[in-house]
Design a protein. Structure first.
Length: 475
């Protein structure tokens, strides 16, 4: 690397680069910006010298016209520079040094020269011999394959020479005819010669045009083939991604690059330059793509679904790419945590709801069981009350019967009972009517017994009605 100056200091070594006064460059320096052709030069110089910054000056040698700026190395640009060097080394390994072609000078075609002389009515000429020579020349030239610039130049010159020969032949015919001699034989040969020359000229012009187009097509196809193979080898390193989906303008317009180029060498050079530019561009992209893809595989293998646009992301700077990857993963984890918490809360709420319903069911079942138990106890109590009332009524009846039995003889009691049963209004004792209440107790009904029980125990009428209903229902 060539340096205009070096400067050491506490902050480290600085390079110095000087450029002549240029208004465009001056304005860029004042805006603290440089074109690629300048900053790549500075990156190169710092990489070689070990400097960490460059003082970039633009002046005409005077203090009045002098501007400077400090340029610090940009890692991404340095990577691109190194990638360009590596690409150059690869091209250098496969480059075949071709001999420098000298300026192409067309070789003038050697056409047979015919002569003629009129003697009286006879024409003395070598035109027949020339015709045979021209036929041989035409056969040879029309079979030639054109490949090099020399071939095309020679063919173009031949076509011009043939045209001149035809013009000369026509002039000769005119001169011979003007001698007023018989020249039919001469004219016939001359006509045939002109036909051969015309055929050779047409074929030559067509051959040049077709061969040039074929050569241009071959150069173009060769360029695309070379680039396709190169891209394919790079695609293998980043599969399943494709460079065509990552890098813009990866398909060069070779036809435009070849436009205006007249020689085979210039056509080939134009295509080679265009292909080299594309190679350099994809090499620079690979400097970013390969480490970014490695980072993606190392840190986002479980999160591939977060990067459907990975091909549009990997060509960014390392810092930008990693920031995007980390941000998406962090956001996803936060969203996933929130989702899991929501699901857990939903599950917990469902569990709580289930427990609540189970508790409600238990409470309802308990209420129902308590009601059933209360009803059962009420039935038992009602049954006990009824039994007690019946016992009390029976005891009372028995007491009355004992009283009657003590007051009357058995036969009399029997008569009284029979009479009471038959009349229901009283009994006759020894032929004497006795009031029913004195000799007979009416049978005590359940309702009467229940009423008497109510009075003794001071039970409300509503309670007695409910008790009576229960007893009637279950007895």
């Amino acid at each position: 690397a060539s340096l205009d100056g070096l400067e050491g200091g506490v902050a480290g070594q600085s390079n110095w680069e000087h450029k002549l006064w240029n208004l465009t460059l001056v304005k860029n320096v004042q805006n603290n910006t440089l074109e690629p052709k300048y900053y790549y030069q500075l990156e190169h110089q710092m990489l070689v010298s070990g400097g960490n910054q460059t003082i970039f000056t633009c002046s005409d040698g005077t203090d009045e016209k002098k501007v400077s700026m400090i340029y610090s190395s940009v890692p991404e640009r340095r990577k691109q520079l190194i990638a360009g060097w590596k690409s150059f080394l690869k091209d250098l390994e496969t480059h075949e040094i071709k001999a420098k072609q000298e300026v192409v000078v067309a070789q003038k075609a050697t056409m047979p020269v015919f002569t003629w002389e009129v003697s009286g009515t006879d024409i003395s000429t070598n035109i027949a011999t020339c015709l045979n020579q021209i036929k041989d020349l035409a056969e040879t030239e029309m079979a030639k394959k054109l490949d090099s610039d020399q071939d095309f130049a020679d063919k173009d010159q031949l076509n011009k020479d043939v045209k001149k020969a035809r013009d000369a032949l026509k002039l000769t015919l005119s001169n011979v005819e003007g001698k007023f001699v018989s020249f039919s034989e001469f004219a016939a040969v001359a006509k045939e010669m002109d036909a051969v020359l015309q055929k050779m000229q047409s074929a030559g012009e067509k051959q040049v045009k077709q061969a040039k187009e074929a050569k241009k097509k071959a150069i173009e196809d060769g360029g695309y083939k070379e680039l396709t193979g190169y891209i394919r080898s790079l695609n293998e390193k980043i599969a399943p991604m494709y460079l065509a989906n990552i890098v813009n303008n990866i398909n060069p317009d070779l036809k435009s690059a070849m436009k205006g180029k007249r020689t085979i060498e210039s056509l080939q050079n134009a295509v080679d330059a265009e292909i080299s530019n594309v190679k350099l561009a994809v090499d620079e992209a690979m400097v970013r793509i390969v480490p970014n893809l490695a980072y993606l595989r190392a840190h986002a293998e479980e999160y591939k679904f977060l990067f459907p646009d990975a091909e549009q992301l990997v060509n960014q700077t390392e810092e930008s790419f990693q920031a995007i990857v980390n941000s998406r993963i962090t956001d996803h984890k936060a969203a996933e945590t929130k989702r899991l918490e929501a699901e857990a809360e939903k599950t917990a709420e469902a569990a709580r709801e289930k427990i609540r319903k189970e508790e409600e069911k238990k409470a309802a079942d308990k209420v129902k069981a308590d009601a059933a138990e209360k009803e059962r106890k009420a039935r038992i109590e009602a049954s006990d009350i009824a039994s007690q009332a019946v016992r009390e009524a029976s005891e009372k009846t028995a007491e009355k019967m004992i009283e009657i039995d003590q007051a009357f003889e058995p036969e009399e009691v029997k008569a009284v009972i029979q009479d009471a049963v038959s009349t229901g209004v009283g009994v006759s004792v020894g032929g004497k009517r006795v009031a029913p209440e004195d000799v007979y107790i009416e049978p005590v009904t359940f309702e009467d017994a229940l009423g008497a029980w109510q009075e003794r125990h001071s039970i409300s009428g509503k309670a007695i009605e409910e008790l009576g209903s229960l007893i009637n229902k279950y007895r």
